[in-house]
Design a protein around this ligand. Structure first.
Ligand SMILES: NC(=O)c1ccc[n+]([C@@H]2O[C@H](COP(=O)([O-])OP(=O)(O)OC[C@H]3O[C@@H](n4cnc5c(N)ncnc54)[C@H](O)[C@@H]3O)[C@@H](O)[C@H]2O)c1
Ligand SMILES: [Fe+2]
Length: 382
């Protein structure tokens, strides 16, 4: 069977890269954008860094900013209404994963209106048409939603995150401008960076990994492990490397898959509104330990990639060294290591476990995970 890889048509990287926007919009003959962003980014002056470039070249756009972290079906529906009302023919997403994912859902439903209820998009929906063109400018160094074929929307009624996988949603253009990430508070940079590290590590051991996805995963791990902490102290070179590394991780996991760190993190996000990166950083050491029992030989490459000395150690010992390094990193970043510390309740374990089992990321995990396993893993992480 052939291995399929999907990336953006074009991507730009580097400080101030957003300056290419007018030229790229003009080249594609796009007329009027729905600029999707959120209120925090508007208040922080980050959205303005992009609209200033658009205004200078008289690019037409309408701003839609009703997107909350862990965005909901309702956020998407409001954006859809605005997109239709203003006859927008493309989307510009300026924000983190929440904004980019909302833009993807809007773009998909505008061109595939039979999915207007949103919830039927879960998994691999059979959409017939490409999304409206999306130009994505990430403001966090984490999700890589600008280069992935996934988006995640919360259904508050069912208390579940709908993980949608659809090659029709990939942004045509990704502009990874590290200057847009400078305003991140330390806690946000830490959490989103740990999300990117989780993408790289889950991608390296997922069932669907290939030689090509391995290449992306290992390089991303190396860059993230060595630059995340420095990037938080506003070291510009480290931030540039984090911006690139999270994108490289996305090139890998979008095409190869993830595993049960994400299946479980999605449930913490849906039930407790836990920031996605915090949920991943909390769960990652527990799940590496669990998965290490079936794919210990893969851990040596990961250890070497992040610069650990594992000479003369047995595979099982290497798993322990990697787990400790990742847990220590999360602790240095002040990320809680227990679900009870993020407001979780033990009586929720049965429902968390049931929904994690049903999550689309579960199938990619290197170790078969039963309902009982999920219950035990959640218990351990409490
Ligand atoms: N599509 C994918 O492939 C993919 C991958 C991983 C995660 N996700 C999803 O992405 C969402 C998480 O996205 P995220 O972690 O990027 O965070 P986010 O988009 O939810 O943003 C979190 C908060 O940080 C603020 N913020 C963002 N950038 C900022 C900046 N530069 N300065 C100051 N504040 C800033 C936002 O306004 C928001 O209030 C989750 O819903 C998750 O499930 C999607
Ligand atoms: Fe993630």
């Amino acid at each position: 069977m052939a291995d399929r890889f999907i990336f953006n048509e074009t991507s730009y990287f580097g400080w101030g890269a957003r300056d290419v926007l007018p030229k790229e919009i003009d080249k594609r003959k796009l007329k009027k954008a729905l600029l999707v962003t959120d209120e925090t980014l508007i208040k922080a002056g980050i959205t303005k860094k992009v609209t200033d470039v658009l205004d200078k070249s008289k690019v037409l756009y309408e701003v839609f900013s009703e997107v909350k972290p862990n965005p909901t079906i309702d956020n998407v529906k409001k954006g859809l209404k605005m997109c239709t009302k203003h006859h927008c023919d493309y989307l510009i997403a300026v924000g983190g994963g929440s904004v980019m994912d909302t833009a993807k859902a809007i773009g998909i439903v505008i061109n595939n209106p039979e999915f207007k209820d949103i919830s039927t998009l879960v998994g691999t929906a059979d959409t017939k048409n490409r999304s409206l063109p999306i130009i994505a400018l990430p403001t966090t160094a984490g999700t890589a939603a600008e280069v992935t074929i996934n988006y995640v929307i919360t259904d508050p009624k069912e208390v579940v995150k709908l993980v949608c996988v659809d090659s029709n949603d990939i942004p045509i253009l990704a502009i990874v401008d590290s200057e847009l990430m400078t305003g991140m508070p330390a806690s946000l940079a830490a959490a989103t960076g740990m999300d990117a590290l989780t993408h790289a590590m889950e991608c390296y051991i997922t069932k669907g990994h290939t030689l090509m996805s391995d290449m992306f995963a290992l390089k991303a791990m190396e860059l993230i492990y060595n630059n995340l902490e420095k990037s938080i102290t506003k070291d510009r070179d480290a931030l540039d490397k984090m911006a690139l590394a999270q994108y490289i991780a996305g090139m890998g996991f979008s095409n190869a898959g993830l595993g049960i760190v994400h299946s479980m993190a999605h449930q913490l996000g849906a039930l407790y509104d836990t920031p996605h990166g915090v949920a991943n950083a909390l769960l990652l050491p527990y799940i590496l330990e669990y998965n290490g029992q079936v794919c210990a030989s893969r851990f040596k490459d990961m250890a070497i990639a992040i610069g650990l000395n594992v000479d003369n150690l047995k595979d099982e010992e290497i798993v322990s060294v990697v787990v400790k390094a990742i847990r220590d990193l999360a602790l240095r970043l002040d990320i809680p290591q227990h679900i009870k510390d993020i407001g979780g309740k033990e009586e929720d374990i049965p429902v968390l476990a049931k929904k994690a089992l049903e999550d689309p990321c579960t199938g990619g995990n290197p170790r078969e995970t039963t309902l009982k396993d999920f219950e035990q893993l959640f218990k351990k992480a409490f």
